[in-house]
Design a protein around this ligand. Sequence first.
Ligand code: GLU
Length: 311
Amino acid sequence: MTTGRFAPSPTGALHLGNLRTALLALCFARAGGGRFLIRVEDLTTAPSGGHEASGTERGQLADLRALGIVGDEAVARQSDRLATYRAAVESLQRRGLTYPCFCTRREIREASRAPHGASPEGTYPGTCASLGEAEVRRRRDAGRSPALRLAAGAARVTVHDRLAGEFSSTVDDFVLQRGDGLPAYNLAVVLDDAAQGVDQVVRGADLLETTPRQVLLYDLLGHTRPEYVHVPLVLGPDRERLAKRHGSVTLAGLRDSGWTDEAVLRLLASSIGVPHGAGVSSAEEVAAAFDAAALPPGPWVFDPPGAAPRS
Ligand code: GLU
């Protein structure tokens, strides 16, 4: 049985693109007769170790619920799992697969702009890979707390994505644990999905680029890779990613513009190839009528009401 999930970060109200991805995650999970979970990725948004549901988290879950998108189990939260992340980092550390990195963001930006570093933005050029023990000690003693990076050995990784096909890249020595001790997203997401038995990851196409890093971790940690389904993004009328400046892009904004929740759901349903006429009034009904083969392959363009006049 498939287990799918939607894993929002509580950084603001969900916009129509997030809601559409959540609906698709539910649809793909149910299409395999599977389970569907919701996980709140609050690592960098909650005070560490905090259990308090932030207003944003509550708002996101309420919006999902308003459309009928509800997980089959209690919502999981990353802030509850810090000890698990730490243990995984320690096990990689024991295997000699990590090294401390003292670079600042600026140093990384500058180094990867250097002529020899013709790598994509954000790729780590390996500056701290060969610091000697004495140098590491000196820097620690000077009060700098390093991030921990994976020694990825320039592994070439190919991801098989159900919609995007094959995507390959050379994995850089990405961060596993930040200087402040918090685990990095790429580590946490893999450990969470593995622990929850998630074997189908449906999320926005913008996250495909970072997926090879996660796949490498699946392999190193001995977990089975999930099926990946990176779904096309929602764009505004100017073909840029849907954003606030485009107008009413959240459920609250659309309600203010006179939309009912059902109308929003039907619009999303038709955008994923479930015909308007299906008369659907909850996300589970959309899922029951969903046919993956009818999902339009490209981005969906939405022209929200109430855009501020363009200057
Ligand atoms: N929390 C991430 C986001 O909101 C999604 C991560 C994932 O689905 O793997 O962008």
